[in-house]
Design a protein around this ligand. Sequence first.
Ligand SMILES: [Zn+2]
Length: 278
Amino acid sequence: MEAQEKIITGVCETHGEYESKAQEIMGRTFATGCPECEAEREAKQKADDEKRLRAARERRVEELAHGALIPKRFQGYGFDDYQPANDKAAKIKAACQRYAERFEDRLQMGGGLVLCGKPGTGKTHLACAIANHVMREFFRVPLFTSVTKMSRAVKATYTPKSDRTEAQVIRSFVEPDLLILDEVGAQRGTETELLLAQEIIDERYQEVRPTILISNLPESELGRYIGDRAIDRMYEGGGAILAFDWDSYRRSGQSRRFEQPDALDVPRREAGFLKGGK
Ligand SMILES: [Zn+2]
């Protein structure tokens, strides 16, 4: 037997009168409540859920960032923080951004990046922006390291006190979704160091995990240093070599500070203030 539904007028202390659907079921009346109160409750519930989700995301990103060992000065840095010094730098920035945005494709197809060229042109900054992006957007695990640090970590396993085996340490460099290998070719690496770097690059390639190499060497010398095979591994699956071959922004940034205020495009009345005068 269908219960009869009727419309009655309810009164909400906050919102006043409203239409309520009432049904009598087994001698009791069930009436719908104030629709505005209901909407407010739903909105609050939704906001609370979103807040919880955001907090959980933040915690996860913090966790990832903690393990990523990104240099302190680039922690949390994004692409917006990179000011391209020229058109070439702007193109390279755009390429790095595309790489980060399509990182999930890289995990399917492979393809690393080689950021090489002059110091102070923002290679580390852009590599870290990629790492920060894949953490934040895809919850992927990046790891920032250098050939020297990897070699030191492996050597540390040779002491009897070590609680990790050499194989475990090597896995720790193979397993992250993105490995950023800094200072490639910074000093004459020992043959052991080079072999280790090559082994890790190769294993990552086999497991379709992208690697980013950062080097102050020009592209031509980098192959001679780390091996052409390792460089080829970067290209395969859609990787690229990006040459940062302009002069340092850091150096030009510093020299600017010593220029006369007039040269800074500052209106004259403010230039006096910069000089320390009245
Ligand atoms: Zn109400």
